[in-house]
Design a protein around this ligand. Sequence first.
Ligand code: MN
Length: 235
Amino acid sequence: MSSRSAYVIDPPAMASLPVRGRDQRFPVRRIYCVGRNYAAHAKEMGKDPEREPPFFFQKPVDALVDNGVAVPYPPQTKNLHHEIEWVVAIGLGGRNIAAQDANAHVFGYSVGIDLTRRDLQNAAKDLGRPWEWGKSFDHSAPCSAIVTAADIGHPKRGRIWLSVNGAMRQQGDIADLIWSVPEVIAEISASMSLEPGDLIYTGTPAGVGAVTVGDVLEGGVEGIADIQIAIGAPQ
Ligand code: MN
């Protein structure tokens, strides 16, 4: 008997990330991103950094790019921005998770770059339209390997930084998140069912700016992970 696929076309590949010290990868179900979660970045984007409720957007899981891989400069933008972010990987799902219980739902942590077509995002803001085209394009979610909470625990502080061609652009500390990781997990799970395989990009510190073809971006969160990507020619 020949095997026959259950699908009329080949199913898409499962998106995934490597896990440090393991020979198995972490399968990715959804990518949530928190907007404006550091006061200094909210100010640079022209917003009052008062503790307004957190807000979210998503990126498609096939936008993930592994550490060390070149990202082609995306179409339809002249203002591609870097946003270095601490990333949380969910290992245990739930609804209405209390902040004090949230760490038990975390599989591990990594560091990612929320690449943003800032000109398209700003145009969408002006028109009252979704951020989708500014945020959720192909290759828009570079991410390092995941480091397990079993290995490093649940960090509360640590320098977060990004340099372009060796020049420091972004610096902050994950202790300065307006909404902490447990609070973000509580907020998302009050509105959506969090599931194993979900990633959360937790927001970026101040210093976002443009990159162009040939630039090398390096960044990290102290004690968790580093990431390096290059911006390649458009596809
Ligand atoms: Mn961001």
